[in-house]
Every structure is written in structure tokens, then in C-alpha cells.
Write a protein of this length. Structure first.
Length: 131
């Protein structure tokens, strides 16, 4: 019976240590990711493309960001090397989706015509609901 109690206490201690390690690993990972964003996703255009990279076609992202699809693909390739986007297989070729949201890191996403339009629609809907 005493051996079982010691084993349980030992397991509990291991779990506590693993939880502590996980907490600090997350913090360090967030710091490293923030450094990557600061150095690799700097311009407003890059931020718009990154935040909207959700597995859609490069032409769709390009339309939202008002840039060329070649620019979008070039960003995706660069970001893939840093691990901040993931490949998504599709019939038409390789697409990418973001791993993180810039908002989670306190990074503001510049306004686009599309998200301004969505914001205006949401505001109008809220007004109608409050009336």
C-alpha cells in the first residue's frame, strides 16, 4: 500500500512538472512567434494577406488585399519557411492557411474594403437589433 501511495505522489509530481514546463514553453513560443511577426510580417499588405490566408485561392486573397496573386504566393512561400503558415492541398495546387491570428498577438490588421464593408454590415445589424 505504501508503494502505491508513493507511485501516485510521484505521478502527481511529474504531472505538475510537465504542466510547469508546458507553461514556460508556451511563453517562449509566443515570444519567438512575435519576433517572427515583427521581422517577417511588417507591412500593412503583408498583415492583410497573412490574416486572410485561410486556405482560399491566392487570387481570392489577392482580391481582398488588392495585390497580385503572385505576391500572395511569394509571401506564402516565405512564411512557410518560418512555420507561420501551413500547406493545404487542393485540386488547383497548393494553398496556405495561417497558423496564428495576428490579433492574438495584439497586432492590428489594417482595414480593407471587404472587412470595412463587413464591419459596416455588422454595425447596421447591431443597430437594428437594438431598436
Amino acid at each position: 500500500m505504501g508503494d502505491e501511495v508513493r507511485k501516485d505522489e510521484g505521478k502527481e509530481r511529474i504531472v505538475q512538472l510537465l504542466e510547469e514546463i508546458l507553461k514556460w514553453t508556451k511563453i517562449e513560443g509566443m515570444k519567438a512567434t512575435m519576433t517572427i511577426f515583427d521581422n517577417v510580417v511588417k507591412t500593412d499588405l503583408e498583415k492583410i494577406v497573412y490574416e486572410n490566408s485561410n486556405g482560399q485561392k491566392s487570387r481570392e486573397i489577392a482580391s481582398i488585399a488588392q495585390t497580385s496573386h503572385v505576391t500572395v504566393v511569394n509571401y506564402w512561400r516565405k512564411w512557410a519557411k518560418f512555420g507561420i503558415v501551413e500547406e493545404v492541398s487542393s485540386k488547383g495546387g497548393t494553398r496556405y492557411k495561417r497558423v496564428f491570428s495576428l490579433k492574438d498577438f495584439g497586432i492590428d490588421i489594417p482595414s480593407t474594403k471587404q472587412n470595412k464593408s463587413n464591419s459596416d454590415n455588422e454595425s447596421a445589424q447591431e443597430v437594428n437589433e437594438n431598436e
